[in-house]
Design a protein around this ligand. Structure first.
Ligand code: PLP
Length: 482
């Protein structure tokens, strides 16, 4: 049990940790915010944190570390080969994820590179619940294709479906029959499906996927970057698992997969990543790529200090007090926004609150990037940096036409144990103002469009002078206030 009940009936998340190291934030004046977002090409990725108040861009590498993680970093064993820090990492992976063989990689996408290069041939199809940006980029890079097999209702943003990350089993079997087993190197399941709003799958669904994998003799790969939160939501939402510990749930999940990979930036509040398995022959197939792309097999491009932090962080993933903190804050934000009529993805997921920019700004066509525009407008009114997860984060097809995203989302990441409740209330307050003034938000267009993963460094400009007009209105309504 991690929920603390308030006598006055309020349902607010209580911080079950104390803050002992702090970092000063910069809430800069609105005029500066307008200049900063212009300099950043209306892309929040390109803002400097000296102009950012609350950094809600991502949960990647931004979760607060624990005292024990920091302490462990001082004990790191600096060795190119055979580092004892790696032994601790390996032991933690075996204890927490139940896999004996571990390949270290510098971050999650490096695991995707190694897995894609090892197992995917041109023309292969990878069935999955839903793609993640870097997973897709690596699959396309080696000539593969993806088949996204969520249930039809998973993309309904306002919903009560507790497990929108489930794969539709009928679609999965159909996909396998149509493409042929030989064309499908593996099925990919992503825990807490990131791009549809951090939505979990159920254990029952993962078990069904395993049955299909066994029936056809296809490998099952689990992206476990957000497995702790998915396990927590299984415990919350799936009756059969209510009484189980997170340790049980996580091990059961990983036990159903042949290959598990993760970004330690998400999983354990540190850096790095890993690929693990109990099947030695799979390990052997990938092994040679680690020294080629990452580093020696006992560090994989991760500093030994970070390796120590991963080992401790992995074990802390089993602590419900720790793992519930971010989902509880997200639940609070989502419920507050929803009660004010502001369109937001429900049920609350993990890693952040996801505002439905399509419904927030129905007057902006998808080709003018409503989610990107909302991210820029929200930065202007709040100094808070969110991330566009919509068509800018998508790609163009072979003819150069936009592939319009299934959803236009403004993601406000809420990393573990980083923000306080009053900061989160400020976010809700500013979003409420923006919602009342939403007609003033206009579209964006690219001025610089990189060919791969364009959302990271792309530059845009407004399709009209709406940002200056919005700034004037903010000044009028908020006076001298920051
Ligand atoms: C972040 C993330 C990745 C990529 O990890 P990086 O460490 O950022 O390279 C892969 N899959 C999922 C589900 C993620 O959330």
């Amino acid at each position: 049990m991690t929920k603390v009940k308030f006598f006055n009936g309020e349902d607010i998340p209580l911080e079950l940790h104390k803050v002992r190291v702090v970092q000063k934030l910069h809430l800069v004046p609105i005029e500066r915010r307008l200049d900063a977002i212009k300099e950043a090409g209306f892309n929040t990725f390109r803002l400097s944190t000296k102009d950012v108040f609350l950094d809600m861009l991502t949960d990647s590498g931004t979760n607060a570390m624990s005292d024990n993680q920091i302490a462990a970093m001082f004990q790191a064993d600096d060795a190119y080969a055979g580092s004892q820090s790696f032994d601790k990492y390996q032991q933690a992976v075996e204890d927490v994820l139940g896999k004996k063989y571990l390949l270290p990689v510098h971050q999650g996408r490096a695991a995707e590179n190694v897995i894609s290069k090892t197992f995917i041939k041109p023309g292969n199809v990878i069935p999955m619940n839903y793609h993640f940006t870097t997973a897709l980029a690596h699959i396309l890079d080696v000539g593969g294709k993806i088949a996204e097999l969520l249930y039809d209702d998973a993309l309904i943003l306002k919903s009560t479906n507790p497990f929108k990350g489930n794969i539709d089993i009928d679609k999965l079997e159909k996909c396998i029959e149509e493409n042929g087993v030989d064309n499908i190197p593996f099925i990919r399941m992503e825990a807490s499906t990131n791009l549809i709003g951090g939505q979990p799958f159920s254990m029952a669904n993962l078990m069904d996927v395993r049955r299909v994998a066994d029936k056809y003799g296809i490998m099952l790969v689990l992206d476990a970057s957000l497995i702790g939160e998915n396990a927590y939501l299984i415990k919350q939402r799936e009756d059969a698992w209510k009484e189980n510990s997170l340790a049980d749930i996580i091990k059961t999940m990983t036990g159903l997969a042949d290959l598990v990979y993760f970004s330690a930036r998400k999983l354990s509040s540190s850096r790095g990543g890993g690929i693990c398995t109990n099947r030695k022959e799979l390990y052997n197939k990938m092994e040679a790529l680690i020294p080629l792309y990452e580093g020696f097999l006992t560090y994989g491009g991760i500093s030994v200090r970070e390796i120590e932090a991963i080992a401790v962080g992995l074990r802390e993933t089993l602590d419900e007090t720790m793992i519930s903190q971010s989902p509880r804050f997200i639940e609070f934000v989502v419920n507050e926004l929803d009660s004010k009529g502001i369109p937001v993805v429900t049920p609350p997921g993990v890693l952040g609150a996801h505002v439905d920019a399509g419904s927030f700004c129905p007057h902006i066509p998808q080709t003018e990037y409503p989610a990107g525009a909302l991210a820029a407008a929200f930065y202007l009114i709040s100094g808070v940096r969110g991330m566009e997860r919509g068509t800018i984060s998508s790609v163009r097809d072979e003819n150069g036409e936009e592939i319009l995203a299934d959803a236009e989302l403004l993601r406000l990441a809420i990393p573990r144990r980083v923000f306080t409740l009053s900061q989160v209330k400020y976010v809700i307050d500013r979003l409420e103002w923006l919602y009342q003034n939403r007609d003033m938000i206009g579209g964006l267009k690219f001025t610089y469009e990189p060919p791969v993963l364009r959302f990271f460094m792309g530059g845009l400009e407004p399709t009209s002078d709406w940002p200056s007009k919005l700034m004037e209105k903010i000044r009028k309504d908020f006076g001298d206030s920051l």
